[in-house]
Structure formats: C-alpha cells, structure tokens
Design a protein around this ligand. Structure first.
Ligand SMILES: [Zn+2]
Ligand SMILES: [Zn+2]
Length: 320
C-alpha cells in the first residue's frame, strides 16, 4: 500500500509501505477520506515519525469481524475504558491514552491503517463520504466546546475568533444551537468572505474587543486573538478556547480584571456526543457541504496542504 511521509518544511513523500497488520483488538480500515487539519501544519513543518492524518473515514476490511464492510470514522484517543474519565464517558480525557491515531500511531494519509476496535464510530448511510470527517474535529470539537459553554450561557450573541475549519464549524454549530447573531474576526479574505456567506458578521479585532459577547469561541490559537476574546467576553459570559495554541502571552487589562467570566479549555469530544453531532450535520447538511471545497489523492497532498496553509482552502480532504 502507499502512505504519506511528512519530511518537514512542507514536503511530503508518498512511499510504498507494508500493509497494516492489526494487532489483537484492532481492525484494518481502508481509507475513503482523511480531512486536512490546521494542527497537521505542525508535522508538515517539522517532519513526523509516523504517517499523520487524524480525521479519518474508512471501510473496515476484516473478514469475519462484526464491522467488516461497514464505514467507520476513527475516534483518535486510544482510551483505556476503565479510568475515572473513561468511566464517566469522557474518553477524550482518558488519563491512560498515550496514543492518538495520526499522531503517535499511523493515521489516514495512507491507503489503509490499523485501528483499535473501540475507536470505530459508526456512520449512517445518509452521510456522504466527503462529509463524514466533519463529524470529528469540525463539528465534534466545536460542538463539545459549545456544549460546555451552554452549562453557563444558554444563548445570545457570539463571537468567533478565527474562521479556519474549527471556527467555521463553530459558526455552523452555534447557529444549530440557537446562538446568534454570530460575529467573526478573520484576516484571510477567502475565509472571511465564506464566514459572511454563512451569515456571520465580519468585525475588525479592535471593534470586537470594544463590544461584549455572552459567548466567545477562540479558534485561531493566536495570542492576539485570546487577548481580544478575554476583553470581548461579557461579564458572566464564557470564552471557549479550542484547538492548538501559540504560547500564551496575554496582558491583564482593566477590561479583563474587572469582570467575572468563565474561561473554558476544551479538547476533542466524548464518543457519547456522536449521535448529537450527526443530528447537527443533518440539520444543516448543505452548509456543511460547502466547507469541503477541495480534494486530492496522496500524490496531490503536498500541493493541497500548501494551498490550505495559505488560507486558500477551507476543509480539504485527501482521498487515497
Ligand atoms: Zn484535526
Ligand atoms: Zn481511560
């Protein structure tokens, strides 16, 4: 089979690799689609010891297995199932999950991979291949963050900082959950126009910092955006910080010091959210479909990543 190797400095080699040999409790998954993610830009820049790709849809190829022939998404934390967090249905917080698929063990920029059985998430027939990966980071991560915020803020105006895939997912998820109006800060023109086409109001960072929003979703990972978010969150509001970050360098201004608010950090999502996330996708399928604006096979992956890194693609998928 073929698999991508990330060499560093944006270069990707496609190499012949031995077919995955599933260990006990694992299955072989033939990849149908693997969505590109902003967090992949780190392995792309540095080079990576295993094949990346962590937003994977495939078909199980394991004759005799209950999942054989079925489509499945890959839940990336290889969780233990018995620690307190797993027992509470928060497998993404498993204290024994050393490995994430596509990070510490081979992921989906390949023809096939081995996946632990407990990491298979079912995909209903009405969800097309190219949209199914959105149920992971784009909807799953954004919706989990929004659900945590809903414990303290039930509705009203929202601000999204950064209209990359998670920020765009957040705009659609917030719309599905009844928040609004949604404002967005995004410097890249293509992404900004697209966010507006979803009904978001484009605002300059300085203007956003001068307003107050019951809910702020910080999805850019930038220090400057966190500063804006902490100032823009309304008293008794919530700011949710999603995705990977730069180092934190925030200045405590008077606007930040003199208010009560919730700061929520959130990583990925519990498996138990999957059905509710499918419902969010189904309720707004045409809008979500517009996020997937390009695709390429393994041979086109390097060029696709270059365009994605320039902010010229929204949520591309690799289809090995
Ligand atoms: Zn991702
Ligand atoms: Zn666990």
């Amino acid at each position: 089979m073929r698999a991508a190797r990330f060499l560093g400095e944006g270069r990707i080699a496609v190499e012949e690799a031995p077919p995955p040999m599933p260990a006990a409790g694992e299955v072989r998954l033939r990849v149908r689609a693997c969505a590109l993610c902003g967090s992949d830009l780190r392995p792309l820049k540095r080079g990576w010891p295993v094949t990346p790709g962590h937003e994977v849809l495939g078909v199980v190829e394991q004759p005799g297995h209950a999942w054989h022939g079925r489509r499945a998404l890959v839940y990336i934390p290889v969780f233990c199932g018995h620690c307190p967090e797993c027992a509470a249905g928060m497998e993404q917080l498993c204290r024994n999950a050393a490995d994430l698929v596509g990070w510490q063990r081979p992921g989906g920029y390949a023809d096939a991979l081995s996946v632990p059985e407990q990491c298979l998430l079912p995909v209903p027939d009405d969800i097309p291949d190219q949209l199914a990966p959105l149920l992971l980071d784009t909807i799953g991560t954004a919706a989990h963050g929004a659900r945590l915020a809903r414990r303290v803020v039930q509705g009203g105006a929202a601000l999204v900082l950064g209209a990359g895939p998670i920020g765009l997912g957040a705009i659609l998820v917030l719309r599905g959950m009844g928040f609004g109006p949604v404002s967005v800060v995004e410097p890249a023109p293509y992404r900004a126009r697209f966010a507006e086409s979803l009904g978001a109001r484009l605002v300059a960072a300085e203007d956003a910092a001068a307003q107050r929003f019951p809910l702020v979703i910080e999805a850019s990972g930038k220090d400057a955006a966190r500063q804006v978010g902490l100032e823009a969150v309304a008293p008794m509001g919530a700011m949710v910080q999603l995705g990977e970050s730069d180092t934190w360098a925030v200045t405590e201004t008077k606007a930040i010091r003199r208010k009560d608010f919730w700061l929520i950090r959130s990583f990925y999502f519990p498996r138990g959210d999957h059905d509710a996330n499918i419902a969010l996708l189904r309720a707004d399928m045409e809008a979500y479909a517009r996020l997937v604006d390009s695709s390429a096979g393994l041979d086109g992956l390097e060029a696709l990543f270059a365009a994605f890194a320039r902010g010229e693609r929204l949520k591309p998928i690799c289809t090995p």
